[in-house]
Design a protein. Structure first.
Lengths: 167, 441, 159
């Protein structure tokens, strides 16, 4: 009530948080994903994208096969050591805001392949937002992961303030 | 480091990289094209982007526990890979599989083969622009995967075909769900024939494109639908029949010209033949013995009770083990110790069963084929899928090598696209059905 | 021509080259001298055997034995519907063998794979370089002395 220690937030911050939520709502329902498909999980990705388990109803249906045009990188399948620079390049080419989903245990942690040829999880290369485990994950799991990402995007702080200093 | 094509390219041509992450490259191939306008003067194919160390990893696993690795080789038809591996080990062990299990294996292989061809042609058609075909075929594939899931427990990576037989018997509602899947697949195939067979655009893109002669195809080691599209009639199921293929009536479709269109048509016709095989196998399955479902306690409680009262109790197995009750074992798994997991009723209630179970899974004991080597080939979705296993008498394979059919098919890609347009690369590559897991192992 | 005869025919034509013939588990196997490989392969392809297809070409590392490596070739005759396995031993100090690219076109990639994973050098191969592993990878992964988990990352990995 009358706590002198607490600084009252300026009244305009209500508007900015609502605008942030609006931006989050717009972004989460219009995800253009780049399916970086390598291996078996690609089959479940195809299933998730097609008529039976539709990801289009969540707004993420449009596949953009160019990193410049997409904002979600869906890393599907095993990433071998040879493929790692390619993944890094593709991630770097994407423009902000961007999110990454690690689809399948091979992308999450290397999966059953703990050997000389496989990267043990793509978070050794790029930052990951949502991890979807499964070998391969069922399409329902994929949709659940997508919903979690959407939740994350909704509550994320979107850098839209032009006054904000960047480190 | 400059690749071969970068070193050899002429000054007046352009180098275009269809990199490893490309929609039409099915994920993991890099094709570097040397272009003169739109014509491909030269090309270089680089593979290995999905090399997962399968062969080396298998040397560190026991014969039983490396079964999931085989699922992930040709991941669109995992049951056929399981089958190839398992039959090689059975050849080394000299195991005879029960008849019902053989029919089930044939049925499952053909379901896998249909889903392989569906995926291949769906991707090929989608990349040529026919997106509807892709959606229709994925719909049919879902019905097939329903069948597979209800029988094996998993949609894709099943590990269902085990050494000595199959993991579990078919469930009671199998015939209904199979019938539905076959009907849906038939109707989808009919629709796709109507959409693509005489479609001017599809014909322009695939007729007389990337033609390969019979001699070249044989010299390249092509097998499977790609070889049969050139007119050579070689199908491992007819040439070296295994399981019950020689008892079923079906034909081998052949093409004439060895171009993309023939590869597409041969696959479509093979799917119809596979449906024929499935229907015959479903009818001719030998009857299964009735499962004895004990009206008893769950295992942990049964052990406690028996310990307290020193009486053997009947146990009720968990629903996960439906189909693999002990009374079903004569149908689905070969008899004999050492290479088959003993039935759970025995494991939980008798000491001999417990010892057998323990010895099967313990390192150094389990399945130990005699010292020697064997090569066995089955007809995979792409051709002759062969496994070459060298055993040194221990419980781990000394060397396991996979003869991947699409490896040889893709090695001919450079020759096939030379002199063609860039746009021809897409249907050519699609019709070859390159599966990264099999190509790169 | 019956199946037994191809092995007998081979032993007769190349008495010095053929070391041993056998039938194991229904497969015909012939062990030959590495110097005679090209001649025997050409005879098998063009001669009465008509082995028109090279199914597979691989190598096995028998670490601890001498000679250490063994090349295994699987040939197939479409006309006669018969498979044949040809084996030859290579020692580590002299890891070279003639290439079969002049006879079968798929030997190109198959030999590149064996070179990549085992280090066997194929004489007469037009373009012998790594197939699966990348430039800069040191060693040959499928040899028994290469540890399973020795990774050589191309880019800097975190953690």
């Amino acid at each position: 009530m009358t706590e002198k220690k607490k600084k009252h937030p300026p009244a305009g911050q209500f508007i900015t948080t609502q605008f942030n939520s609006l931006l989050g709502w717009a972004r989460k329902f219009s995800l253009f994903h780049y399916p970086f498909v390598t291996a078996c999980c690609g089959m479940e990705y195809m299933s998730a994208a097609c008529a039976h388990f539709d990801i289009d109803r969540f707004g993420a249906g449009w596949t953009r096969f160019s990193p410049r045009q997409s904002d979600m990188l869906l890393v599907v399948g095993t990433i071998s050591q040879k493929e790692a620079p390619v993944l890094r390049t593709v991630y770097d080419q994407m423009t902000e805001p961007k999110w990454v989903i690690a689809f399948g245990t091979c992308a999450v942690s290397g999966g059953i392949y703990d050997n000389y040829a496989v990267v043990q999880g793509i978070d050794q290369i790029i930052p990951v937002d949502v991890y979807i485990p499964g070998c391969p994950p069922r399409p329902e799991t994929v949709l659940d992961g997508l919903l979690k990402l959407q939740e994350k995007i909704q509550h994320q702080d979107h850098d839209w303030r032009w006054k904000k200093k960047r480190s | 480091m400059p690749t071969r094509i970068q070193k050899q390219a002429r000054q007046d041509t352009m180098l275009l990289n269809m990199g490893p992450s490309h929609p039409a490259m099915h994920g993991t191939i890099r094709i570097m094209l040397e272009l003169d306008g739109e014509r491909i003067v030269n090309s270089e194919v680089e593979v290995g982007y999905l090399h997962r160390g399968f062969e080396k990893t298998c040397e560190y696993r026991t014969y039983f526990s490396l079964l999931p690795y085989t699922d992930r080789l040709n991941y669109v038809s995992p049951l056929i890979n399981n089958l190839g591996y398992v039959m090689t080990v059975e050849k080394m062990l000299g195991v005879e599989v029960p008849e019902r299990a053989q029919f089930i294996r044939v049925l499952m292989s053909e379901l896998s083969r249909i889903s392989d061809h569906l995926t291949c042609l769906a991707a090929m058609a989608m990349e040529c622009g026919a997106f509807t075909v892709f959606l229709y075929k994925m719909k049919a594939r879902e019905f097939l995967w329903d069948v597979i899931e209800q029988t094996t427990g998993a949609r894709m990576t099943t590990s269902y075909i085990r050494i000595g037989g199959v993991r579990a018997d078919l469930h009671p509602g199998f015939d209904t769900v199979l019938k539905k899947a076959v009907e849906e697949t038939r109707s989808v195939l009919k629709d796709v024939h109507g959409l693509l067979d005489k479609n001017k655009i599809f014909l322009n893109r695939t007729r007389d494109v990337a033609v390969i002669s019979r001699d070249d195809a044989v010299s390249f080691g092509w097998t499977g639908p790609c070889l049969r599209s050139t007119g050579v009639s070689y199908d491992v199921r007819k040439a070296h029949p295994y399981l019950v293929y020689d008892r079923l009536k079906w034909e081998v479709p052949l093409g004439e010209r060895g171009d993309n269109y023939d590869r597409y048509l041969v696959r479509m016709k093979e799917m119809e033949q596979s449906l024929r095989i499935i229907e015959q196998a479903a009818v001719r399955l030998p009857k299964s013995s009735r499962a004895f479902i004990a009206a008893g306690l769950p295992p942990a409680q049964a052990i406690r009770e028996s310990r307290r009262r020193r009486v053997r109790t009947d146990i009720a197995l968990s629903p996960n083990l439906e189909g693999s009750e002990g009374s079903r074992y004569p149908n689905i798994l070969a008899s004999g110790k050492g290479f088959v997991v003993p039935p759970k009723e025995e494991t939980y209630t008798t000491i001999e069963g417990l010892i057998d179970h323990f010895k099967f899974f313990m390192r150094g004991h389990g399945l130990r084929p005699p010292k020697g080597e064997a090569y066995f080939a089955v007809e995979g979705g792409n051709g002759e899928l062969g496994f070459y296993i060298v055993s040194d008498g221990t419980d781990r394979p000394y060397r396991l090598h996979l003869r991947a059919p699409c490896f040889h098919i893709v090695s001919a890609l450079e020759q096939l696209i030379r002199g063609r347009y860039v746009a021809d690369v897409i249907p050519t590559f699609g019709s070859m059905n390159m599966i990264g897991g099999e190509l790169d192992r | 021509m019956e199946e037994k005869t191809i092995l007998e025919r081979l032993s007769k034509e190349f008495p010095g080259g053929v070391r041993e013939t056998a039938t194991s588990l229904g497969d015909e196997v012939v062990a030959i001298d590495k110097g005679a490989l090209l001649q025997i392969a050409a005879f098998l392809r063009d001669g009465p055997g008509k082995f028109s297809m090279l199914l597979d070409l691989t190598c096995v590392d028998y670490a601890g034995e001498e000679p250490r490596f063994e090349m295994v070739y699987h040939l197939f005759s479409l006309l006669r519907n018969q498979r044949l396995r040809v084996k030859t031993r290579l020692s580590e100090s002299d890891l070279r063998i003639s290439s079969l690219t002049s006879l079968w076109k798929n030997a190109d990639w198959l030999e590149r794979e064996v070179y990549d994973l085992f280090g066997v050098h194929f004489e007469g191969h037009p373009d012998l370089r790594r197939l699966f592993m990348y430039d800069g990878f040191e060693g040959h992964p499928l040899r028994k002395d290469y540890p399973l988990r020795r990774r050589q990352p191309l880019i800097r990995l975190k953690e």
